[in-house]
Design a protein around this ligand. Structure first.
Ligand code: NAG
Ligand code: NAG
Ligand code: NAG
Ligand code: NAG
Ligand code: NAG
Ligand code: NAG
Length: 648
């Protein structure tokens, strides 16, 4: 029963084959259909049309094939307007587009670069071939320069740089550039070796190596590679960054460099360096001409061949020369000799070295110095820096004692900025000591340790002594001046006596008196420091509010003054009261006894006596103190002023 069926099936199949075989030669007879060219980028989606003409209505029967090695492999069917995928490579990527037999192929890969065929039976259309071309831009090319470097004297091609462009399709073209000029392959000069690998994705990675023979001029040459490729949109290119390659070449010239490149002076930091036009710098030695024999002698330098003179001195002057040794070629080169000139000024001498004169006399000071350059002399007053004269000689006429002291001679070289030397000389003018301050007041606290100082000048130099015991330190700002500092403990005796310093020399003594004033009240200290004293009469509202506490803090030695003030104020109050009472009494409005009035009233003469006593006090500072406490006690109101008004 199976056999007839089998035979039948075989016959049917044979029949079909015959028909197809017969059909193919029939098609071949027609002019070979030119395939339609379709371009697509990797990853994109492309429309494959079943015919060149626009789709004419519904297709009820069409088939899509892939041409592979002359064979037609079915990949898609259209039946009654419905698409059917054939299992296989294109099963999930093909879909029907519209009502015709056009299909869409998605996620294009380089493997899709093939020929597709569409056969439509109903309606019957001409077979349509499509050649799909796939493109993909390569990634930005990377470039790697030869880091070891290239010797120019070697006559062979050396690797200059390698360029890599990843994942392009089809293989991009590579062009090498030197200084923006494209490089052509050239026998024994430029060679470009390119190779590619196919990634599993089907994309190409291109590697190109540039070999070249470089010259000294190529030391700064910029190399880069460019990839050119095609996309459906047209031609494009991508460039790598630019690289340079270390180029080595022997020196042809050697020279000496002296830094800094200005007029040099003693004390400068000077650097002598050897340089050449070779790369790398050769090994250098520095020679210096022996000023006696005239021969060049090698000097010890540091390992870089640099001679550092710090500080430079006049004995460094002379001719210097550099010598190079190329270890590669063993060629020795010498530089032209170069002169080092370190300018100098010798020590300055002033004569006489210890000038002295009587007041009213004259003095001549002479300044001398040596230099390799023209010198200029200046005379200055040391303390003030005042310019007294130019030139090596200074004349001092009709000397006054104020002109005693330090004089400075400066010898400088105008051509060399900053080159100068100086010498101080002390001019002594005979005279007894001259005190910086004749009398001085110092505010102190009892039991405090303090320093009292005393300054005297004179010629011969004075000596200083103190009338109180304490430790003394002395120093001399200049040969004519002595400053003595006495470190003492403030005792009641010291407060009483004060301190006196006596300066004396062979021509006589002079003294400074230091008066010690006690101060314990910190809030009133600013008033004490004022020497004008009496003029301040108005107490601030602040101090008035604290008047009671201020009063209590007053020290015992000052209580005498306080008592006086208290008495004055009492008298003023009483006088005012008396005047008022008297006024009322006269008006007859006070019905009290006469005895009270007589006790209160004071004669006007007494009042003025007290005022005079205050004004005759020794020190203005003390007056200020009195005034301050007086003002404080006056509160409230302006009774004092009223009293003054009454008085006048
Ligand atoms: C194609 O077929 C659809 C139904 O399958 C129908 O609606 C449409 O009119 C047909 N178009 C043409 C041009 O025959
Ligand atoms: C003198 O030399 C010192 C350094 O040695 C410099 O600082 C100064 O400016 C110089 N003075 C003059 C007037 O040239
Ligand atoms: C003492 O020194 C003062 C300067 O503080 C001065 O005016 C006075 O003339 C000097 N006395 C003598 C004797 O030199
Ligand atoms: C006094 O002078 C000495 C030495 O000069 C110093 O150490 C000390 O601090 C000074 N004392 C005061 C209170 O200035
Ligand atoms: C200074 O001290 C000495 C002893 O060292 C003493 O004899 C003399 O009286 C003291 N003088 C004063 C002023 O204190
Ligand atoms: C004076 O009084 C004011 C307030 O009235 C206070 O702030 C200040 O500390 C006082 N000063 C003294 C020295 O007591």
């Amino acid at each position: 029963m199976g056999l007839p069926w089998l035979v039948c099936a075989f016959l049917l199949a044979a029949c079909c084959c015959c028909r197809r075989a017969a059909g193919v030669p029939g098609e071949e007879k027609q002019p070979a259909p030119t395939p339609e060219l379709v371009e697509a980028e990797v990853g994109s989606t492309v429309l494959l049309k079943c015919g060149a003409s626009h789709s004419s209505g519904n297709v009820s029967h069409a088939d899509w094939f892939l041409i592979h090695k002359e064979r037609q492999i079915p990949i898609f069917h259209v039946r009654q307007g419905q698409g059917q995928n054939e299992p296989g490579e294109y099963e999930h990527r093909l879909s029907l587009q519209g009502s015709g037999a056009n299909v869409v192929l998605s996620q294009i890969t380089p493997h899709d670069e093939r020929t597709f065929l569409c056969k439509s039976k109903r309606p019957r259309l001409q077979d349509h071939y499509i050649e799909l071309q796939v493109y993909k831009a390569p990634e930005e090319p990377t470039i790697q320069a030869n880091v070891v470097g290239i010797h120019v004297d070697r006559k062979e091609l050396r690797e200059v740089a390698t360029c890599v462009g990843r994942n392009g399709y089809p293989i991009p073209q590579v062009i090498w550039y030197k200084n923006r000029q494209p490089l052509q392959e050239e026998e024994n000069r430029v060679q470009i070796q390119s190779s590619q690998i196919v990634e599993s994705s089907g994309l190409y990675t291109l590697q190109s190596v540039l070999h070249a023979q470089l010259a000294k001029e190529d030391k700064n040459a910029q190399f880069y590679c460019e990839l050119s490729y095609r996309l459906p949109s047209g031609n494009h290119m991508k460039e790598s960054r630019e690289v340079t390659v270390p180029v080595f070449y022997p020196a042809e010239k050697v020279w000496v460099e002296i830094e800094p490149m200005r007029a040099l002076k003693e004390g400068d930091r000077v650097k002598i360096t050897c340089l050449s036009d070779g790369n790398p710098q050769p090994h250098f030695t520095i020679n210096k001409e022996n000023s006696i024999t005239g021969e060049m002698e090698e000097i010890i330098t540091d390992e870089n061949g640099i001679l550092a003179l710090e500080p430079a001195q006049r004995q460094h002057n002379g001719l210097y020369q550099c010598q190079s040794l190329d270890l590669e070629t063993t060629i020795t080169l010498s530089s032209d000799p170069q002169e080092l000139l370190v300018n100098y000024v010798s020590d300055v001498q002033v004569s006489p070295s210890a000038p002295e004169a009587q007041e009213g006399d004259s003095l001549t000071l002479t300044c001398e110095a040596e230099s390799n350059q023209a010198l200029e002399f200046q005379w200055l007053r040391d303390k003030t820096g005042q310019l007294l004269g130019k030139g090596p000689v200074l004349y001092l006429n009709n000397l006054k004692r104020q002109e005693a002291g330090q004089y400075l001679c400066m010898a400088s070289v105008p051509n060399v900025p900053g080159l100068n030397r100086t010498q101080l000389v002390s001019v002594g003018i005979f005279g007894s000591p001259w005190m910086a301050i004749k009398e001085r007041k110092v505010w102190v606290q009892e039991n405090a340790v303090l320093n009292l100082s005393c300054e005297a000048s004179g010629h011969p130099q004075p000596t200083i002594s103190w009338n109180v015991n304490g430790s003394v330190t002395e120093w001399n700002p200049d040969p004519q001046t002595v400053v003595s500092t006495l470190n003492v403990l403030v005792t009641p005796e010291l407060l009483k006596t004060g301190a006196e310093c006596t300066a004396s020399n062979s021509l006589g003594p002079n003294t400074t008196i230091i008066i010690l004033k006690l101060v314990t009240l910190t809030t009133l200290t600013p008033d004490f420091s004022q020497t004008t004293g009496l003029s301040t009469s108005t107490a601030s509202p602040h101090s008035r509010a604290n008047s009671t506490s201020t009063e209590k803090k007053l020290p015992p030695p000052e209580s005498k003054g306080v008592v006086i003030v208290a008495v004055i104020v009492c008298i003023l109050v009483l006088a005012l009261l008396g005047a008022t009472l008297y006024f009322f009494y006269k008006k007859g409005k006070l019905p009290c006894g006469r005895s009270g009035k007589q006790e209160i009233t004071l004669p006007p003469t007494r009042k003025s006596e007290f005022v005079v006593e205050v004004k005759s006090d020794k020190f203005p500072e003390e007056m200020a103190l009195l005034q301050g406490s007086n003002g404080d006690k006056r509160a409230p109101g302006d009774q004092g002023e009223k009293y003054i008004d009454l008085k006048h």
